[in-house]
Design a protein around this ligand. Structure first.
Ligand SMILES: C[S@@+](CC[C@H](N)C(=O)[O-])C[C@H]1O[C@@H](n2cnc3c(N)ncnc32)[C@H](O)[C@@H]1O
Length: 267
């Protein structure tokens, strides 16, 4: 147990950890189409335009390493952490000692160093279920920034909750059927909590099934993120939106873009 002061709070605080323990063995299969070279290739020039210098990266909520591996090949020194021990183990199996990896909850992020870039990618922030949790996470990220360092994170938009989180998605790969069942409403409200279950069925009858586990995320409207950044001692430098092409656009359009991106630095 990592956070929470009562029984309900304890369970809620472990939602993401439990969900990722279940999905970890098939996470890379389910997200095989996520092209980080393309995504980061679009984002790094924006960060450089806003003053990115140096080569020390902290990847918060690094998952299986998909978000930081492209930075190793660009010569960056990488430190990374995630709340899910099985996800961190998968990352470690890919990179060995080429990155400093640990298990950590971003709501209680330790001081891991002074980083030129701290990022938290692919809607990990949406697993925080209220503004107080978001503020704690952002304060922790700020404490890890070098004086001129930059923070980048993305969140899912209303469009994402009204589509991906409201639909069934089935992926058949490597002899398994991976089933995502979105339970959100196609008119999900700003700031609402959206749920989706994820399960795995072996197609040949011999593999190991994974019973349904719930992914619970909260939508964070732009105004709430901006106010929370300020309370956490961060200055927002730019906001972008993008669709499935991953090309950052301005202004952010919650009805059209699937992700919102925020770049900030210490105030
Ligand atoms: C969609 S995955 C993204 C992983 C990785 N950033 C990527 O882009 O491939 C979301 C990750 O957030 C992690 N996560 C969720 N809540 C967290 C928390 N409170 N602290 C740290 N990691 C968390 C999950 O364990 C999961 O690995």
């Amino acid at each position: 147990m990592r956070v929470g002061i009562d029984t309900a709070g304890e369970e809620r605080g472990r939602d993401a950890e439990i969900a990722y323990e279940a999905i970890a063995p098939v996470y890379d299969e389910f997200t095989h189409h996520h092209d980080y070279e393309l995504w980061l290739g679009n984002l790094l020039p924006e960060l450089e335009r806003l003053g990115l210098r140096g080569n020390r990266l902290l990847d918060v909520a690094c998952g299986t390493g998909k978000s930081f591996i492209p930075m190793l090949s660009r010569g960056w020194e990488v430190t990374a952490c995630d709340i899910s021990a099985p996800m961190v183990e998968l990352a470690r199996a890919k990179v060995g000692d080429r990155a400093e990896l640990s298990v950590a909850d971003m709501r209680e992020l330790p001081e891991l160093g002074q980083f030129d870039l701290v990022w938290c990618l692919d809607d990990a922030v949406n697993y925080l279920l209220d503004a107080e949790e978001l503020e704690r996470a952002l304060r922790g990220m700020r404490r890890n920034l070098a004086p001129e360092g930059l923070l980048l994170f993305d969140v899912n938009t209303l469009f994402a909750y009204r589509t991906f989180f409201a639909e069934e998605v089935v992926v058949e790969r490597s002899g398994q059927r991976l089933v995502w069942r979105g339970r959100a409403s196609p008119d999900a409200a700003p700031g609402s909590i959206a749920e989706a279950s994820f399960e795995v069925e072996p197609l040949d009858g011999e593999g190991t099934p994974i019973p349904p586990e719930m992914h619970r995320q909260r939508h964070f409207p732009e105004a709430e993120i901006l106010a929370t950044l300020e309370r956490a001692g961060l200055e927002c430098l730019d906001v972008y939106g993008h669709g499935y092409d991953g090309i950052p656009k301005q202004p952010l359009d919650e009805a059209e873009h699937s992700k919102a991106l925020y770049i900030a630095r210490s105030a």
